[in-house]
Design a protein around this ligand. Sequence first.
Ligand code: NAP
Length: 371
Amino acid sequence: MPTNTAAWFVAKQDKLEVKPAPYTAPGAAEIVVRNHAVAINPVDWAIPILGDVMFPWIKCPTVLGADLAGEVAEVGKDVTRFNVGDRVVGHAVGLNKNRNNAAEGAFQIYSVVSAHMASPIPDVLPYESAAVLPLGLSTAACGLFQKDFLALQHPSANPRPTGKSLLIWGGATSVGVNAIQLAVAAGYEVFTTSSPHNFDYLRSLGASEVFDYHGQTVVNDIIASLKGKTIAGALAIATGSTGPCLDVVYASQGDKFVAIAGAPVALSELGSGGTLQILLRMAPKMLGSNISSGLKSFTRGIRTKFIFGSSLVDNEVGPAIYVDFLPRALAEGRYIAAPPALVVGKGLEAIQTGFEVQQKGMSAQKVVVSL
Ligand SMILES: NC(=O)c1ccc[n+]([C@@H]2O[C@H](COP(=O)([O-])OP(=O)(O)OC[C@H]3O[C@@H](n4cnc5c(N)ncnc54)[C@H](OP(=O)(O)O)[C@@H]3O)[C@@H](O)[C@H]2O)c1
């Protein structure tokens, strides 16, 4: 049996501890991946800061991390899509309430992954580049395709044009670069926002129009561009983007739904201190933003719903993305592993460094650690 090591989340406010971990064999519908690269998301460093507030069911010690790429090391008895040695990317869902399982965290050498949340990757795609995909891709897919969210047509190789436009606020986020590609592959025209230096990149991923979110007139500019079009709703990804998305959806013709990925307050603003101190500091802004968005959505008849980016593991969207869409789309070059990886080091010890780099803020890049 292989020897495993993990970067353990041992206690709130503490740094991760690299030490031995059990090797867990796969269940019938699972694979074990020998990780060669993992990527870091804001939630990975926010959980150690906020402790029980975000995922109250988590029991320490556990293993964090959602994004992994590596080689299949063992295959469950019912899995026919993978063989030992296959190169894969996978979404580790150990933090989901119904899993709550250290063996399914990404920040270790061997992770257990549901086979339908993993995709083969082309030989030319480095593990570091592939590892950027999972949580960004999954969160975008949850908001775009789940039946209780925007419920869009699914992506395919030859999408039927829907004639509808979609607003994605925060196109240069890790979630946004995936949302743009998925929506275009599903037959929608994409309007998005970013800083000007990312305009060309987002257009290269398929966005039709990109707007500078810093501009005073951005909401009115988007509304003007959408005049005469029918929208399929909006995906609010960037911090504070629910309000502007509600304004655009209200003023436009089409579906009255805003799927929300981003919190009302940036996780980078959490700062330090105990959970209570942090909450007291953030509460006025969070409350103000939630009340304002709640009022706008209620009075204007626009539905909103907050996304949990790994809920697709339990419904038809997970297999639609990781089994039916992604493998061929990556192999045929129709889908780009985005955003580009910023590799900050090698080894599990480098994950803590990665937290610090990510916390300072990213622009169309994702922090990755090689293993
Ligand atoms: N609900 C969930 O399950 C879930 C899952 C994953 C992430 N999230 C949340 O989704 C958000 C994005 O996460 P991520 O990892 O994708 O972020 P990220 O890649 O770290 O986002 C960085 C990008 O945010 C963009 N940005 C910042 N403020 C903006 C604004 N006001 N309008 C438009 N774009 C803005 C910047 O674009 P420019 O560089 O172009 O300025 C930057 O490129 C975070 O709030 C995160 O917590 C939620």
